[in-house]
Write a protein that binds this ligand. Structure first.
Ligand code: ATP
Ligand code: LTN
Length: 326
């Protein structure tokens, strides 16, 4: 069997440059490596409060962004998580094989729940990794392309697969996270010690920002007073972040990026970073709007869900048989 690749983005807000560099931009490269399942994690978006209209808009947006990023519906199944009921069904089974101790140690849960009233932390937020593990295991995915904030969840998925297989035999396929070398963690422009995140807002570049806004945001990114463009995450997080952005957009190494700016001042450097980002995003945005307004998105989602149901129902059946469900 050819290998399967699976990843997803949750429609919680406007996609950022971090999502583009850490996830979107890389997805198309996996299309030749096996059968791809790239979905919109809309059930996951419900783990924090969200307006129904916002969820609907964001979900279509991500589908159009997938297409604009070069995903080809003939080589990649694009679908909505909620359209494939096996996700929720496998979740109901798998929740018995992950432990509350493990779930409470997840960094994403700790970060997101910290910001909430402790009496009102939803069970779904806590159990998030169970659903994510179900997403992955349903497709027998061996490759899971993600940014480095998600590797902990993929590790937990591996623990779950091992635990389940030890108990029931060889039922689940072991997945592996694949993280891009450069750009796995793009930081906020206003606080480069924090991840750029779509539910955060300050210091983000949004994929829908126009060139003037993008330039303005990059020119006012927080840096330091040394005036030397070199990579040093600890002492120069702002400059290191801009170098990472530049290198990943240009698809070069950090060392090569540094060489380009040996004698440059910060103004010149930032301006070059802005040029690179704008140059990459302009054609991408144009395509995104074309797809969004074409009605094509719904057809793509329907086709993707049909194939996703086929594959995931077969896995679900295997799991039912293994655990003794009639
Ligand atoms: P939220 O703010 O709602 O938690 P997010 O912006 O972190 O969302 P996700 O939907 O969780 O985005 O992530 C989608 C993909 O984008 C994941 O593979 C994730 O690792 C990647 N990603 C998100 N933010 C960044 C970032 N700042 N740098 C690199 N990759 C990122
Ligand atoms: N948890 C991921 C989104 C996500 C995902 C997945 C990624 C949900 N299910 C399965 C890869 C595989 C996130 O927050 N980025």
């Amino acid at each position: 069997m050819e290998c399967r690749i699976l990843s997803g983005i949750k429609p919680t807000g406007q996609l950022t440059l971090g999502n583009y560099i850490g996830a979107l931009k890389n997805f198309k490269n996996f299309q030749d490596q096996g059968e791809c399942f790239i979905f919109i994690a809309d059930l996951h978006a419900l783990t924090l409060p969200i307006e129904p209209d916002t969820l609907r808009t964001n979900s279509r947006d991500i589908a159009a962004f997938y297409l604009a990023a070069g995903l080809d519906p003939n080589r990649c199944n694009i679908f909505l998580q909620s359209h494939v009921s096996a996700h929720a069904e496998l979740n109901a089974i798998m929740q018995n094989f992950l432990y509350m101790g493990e779930l409470s140690r997840m960094t994403q849960f700790k970060e997101k729940s910290q910001k909430l009233n402790q009496e009102k932390i939803g069970l779904g937020l806590f159990a998030y990794p169970v659903l994510m593990a179900s997403d992955i295991l349903l497709y027998d995915a061996t490759i899971v392309p993600v940014g480095d904030d998600q590797t902990q969840h993929v590790e937990l998925t591996r623990d779950l697969a091992k635990r389940f297989n030890n108990r029931y035999g060889n039922v689940l396929v072991m997945p592996k996270a694949v993280v891009t070398k450069v750009g796995a963690r793009i930081m906020s422009l206003s606080d480069p010690t924090k991840k750029m995140s779509k539910s955060d807002q300050k210091g983000d570049i949004y994929l829908k920002d126009n060139p003037n806004i993008i330039r303005k945001k990059i020119m006012s990114a927080v840096t330091d007073s040394e005036s030397i463009v070199r990579f040093d995450r600890t002492n120069k997080p702002g400059i290191s972040n801009l170098l990472t952005i530049y290198a990943s957009i240009k698809e070069i190494s950090i060392e090569e990026a540094e060489k380009n700016f040996i004698n440059a001042n910060y103004g010149t450097f930032k301006s070059a970073v802005a040029d690179a980002v704008i140059e990459a995003l302009e054609p991408f945005q144009k395509q995104y709007y074309e797809y969004l307004n074409s009605g094509y998105v719904d057809l793509v989602l329907e086709k993707g869900a049909n194939r996703a149901r086929e594959v995931s129902n077969a896995t679900l059946k295997r799991v039912h048989d293994a655990v003794g469900l009639l």
